[in-house]
Design a protein around this ligand. Structure first.
Ligand code: ZN
Length: 94
């Protein structure tokens, strides 16, 4: 019996990240942690968020939206109506 020593260790060729040679420096979004190009970000804080949605989601508001933001009156809460269910007391038979 001959056991062939098969060497399966090939050259470690990890796939290189496909970044173009002139690719812009990519940042990582603070919120969704996606890599993005700052110049293509729709966020006002394009060095922090990949898009205004992340900015909005993280801050709770958008910087751009602040310029047009008006204080909204607090919604009036409807008074909670508690329905008293008819208590079915056991009839006391004396
Ligand atoms: Zn993001």
């Amino acid at each position: 019996m001959v056991y062939a020593m098969v060497d399966t260790s090939g050259p470690d060729s990890l796939p290189a990240p496909a970044f173009g040679p002139d690719s812009e420096e990519m940042l990582r979004c603070t919120r969704c942690e996606l890599r993005y190009v700052p110049s293509k970000s729709t966020s006002s804080l394009r060095l922090t968020y990949c898009s205004f949605l992340c900015e909005l989601g993280d801050l709770g508001f958008s910087i751009a939206g602040l310029e047009h933001m008006e204080p909204k009156p607090k919604a009036i809460e409807a008074p909670a109506v508690e329905l008293d269910e008819p208590a079915s007391e056991p009839a006391v038979v004396d």
